[in-house]
Write a protein that binds this ligand. Structure first.
Ligand code: SF4
Length: 118
């Protein structure tokens, strides 16, 4: 991977694949995965909101501590690790900029839509 790869999109894509593999037997994994994915989907579309990054961390940490199997615990590692080492990339997306220039929907959202999403 190089600077042309968007870390946020890579994490979103990876989580999207994993969500379908969760067995839905316990709450942290089955419900919280979908919440994490919903936030990441919004962020890469330019609809991220203040507080989203903190919410991502809270949910991911909760999954890691409460998941009943190693799949659930490991699945959120990309979220937590990327937020630790590439937090500036997440923050850029909240300002409608993708450092890798790969999230094409960023910057296309009108002010009105941003207010409606808030
Ligand atoms: S943490 Fe493990 S047991 Fe729980 S829903 Fe996820 S995959 Fe299933």
């Amino acid at each position: 991977m190089d600077e042309k790869v968007c870390v946020v999109e890579m994490v979103r894509y990876s989580l999207n694949q994993l969500v379908s593999e969760a067995c839905d037997r316990c709450h942290p994994c089955s419900k919280a995965f979908k919440n994490l994915l919903a936030i990441l989907n919004r962020i890469v579309k330019g609809l991220g909101e203040a507080g989203d990054l903190e919410t991502l961390e809270i949910i991911a940490n909760r999954i890691q501590s409460q998941a009943r199997c190693e799949f659930g615990k490991a699945a959120v590692t990309p979220v937590l690790t990327s937020m630790r080492y590439f937090r500036n990339e997440y923050e850029s997306h909240l300002k409608q900029r993708c450092p890798a220039s790969s999230c094409k929907e960023l910057g296309r959202v009108s002010e009105g839509a941003l207010k409606l999403a808030a």
